[in-house]
Design a protein around this ligand. Sequence first.
Ligand code: ADP
Ligand code: MG
Length: 229
Amino acid sequence: MSALLRMADVRKTYDTGVVAVEALRGVDLEVAEGDFVAIMGPSGSGKSTLMHILGCLDIPTSGTYELSGVDVSGMTEAELADVRNRRIGFVFQQFNLLASMTALRNVELPLVYAGVGKAERRERALESLARVGLADRVDHRPGELSGGQQQRVSVARALVTDPALILADEPTGNLDSVSTRDVLQLFHDLEDAGRTIVLITHEADVAKEARRVVRITDGLLSEDAGVSA
Ligand code: ADP
Ligand code: MG
């Protein structure tokens, strides 16, 4: 089992000017390639802070974070952006799709940023949309799709760059129970296909779908016993 990501003694302090908030207080976390891990914790426990660091949207105040053996914790903003674009696929609670663009254009976007040519972009976006079961909706705009379908589009967008890690922050937080099942099934399909997934949630019902559940409380992690990676 090789570790795709490894965090050691990661701390994050927000200096608000008046008081310093210690959002992460020494986090150790290893995720193996192909694993499906849920990180679960109540509001204010440090989930989003951890997600931002895992996703190379921010760096730790101290400690190390290695992605595929490369320490990203000391990288510049430009270097982080590069890692983000190439290695990580994001799925957000609010979908973050562009309303004026079709599903196809939304899914093509990460490839535009990666400098992939038009024909290949289109081909890969169509393939990615087919993989999430939306081959017949590629010309629809987000407003013409249900919440569950919109989240499928954002999963297709996350997959299109063939990232090492799929990082989902409350992906079912805005969905009804039927769409929630639908999107969780999609994550299981990705798991079966050998993808590495980290899913952040405050819902126990969602967390239990993962192979491993890690709890975060007041900026510290603890792992549920009896679950094997
Ligand atoms: P969660 O996502 O689990 O709700 P967060 O990571 O957003 O938790 O927040 C963890 C702690 O850090 C909270 O006490 C929050 O108020 C604080 N915090 C988060 N972001 C900032 C920020 N940009 N500036 C100051 N404090 C922050
Ligand atoms: Mg949060």
